[in-house]
Design a binder for this molecule. Structure first.
Ligand SMILES: [Zn+2]
Length: 92
């Protein structure tokens, strides 16, 4: 879902970033992985100080971990559907 207010906020951040670049002092930096605003290089995890971004990042990480677990389960089942019958045949 796209939150119109958030989008407008992002555009405002982006335009402020552009004016920063125009002023000619670009320092090494990272971008918040949620709203892509510039953050400190040392920022870890890669999110800004916005609580909404911190929450979203945590949620995404949890989702990713869950996705990886499911992928392993499916891969395991997939592999077993090939290997299982061969093992069973060799045992019986
Ligand atoms: Zn952010």
């Amino acid at each position: 879902m796209v939150d119109a207010r958030k989008v407008k906020d992002n555009i405002a951040r982006m335009t402020s970033k552009v004016s920063n670049a125009a002023s000619g002092r670009i320092q090494p930096h990272k971008h918040c992985r949620v709203c892509f605003t510039t953050i400190k290089m040392s920022a870890e995890p890669r999110v800004c100080n916005d609580q909404a971004c911190i929450d979203k990042n945590l949620r995404d990480e949890r989702n990713q971990r869950q996705m990886r677990i499911w992928m392993f389960i499916f891969l395991g089942l997939f592999a077993f559907s090939f290997v299982g019958p061969i093992i069973l045949r060799s045992v019986l």
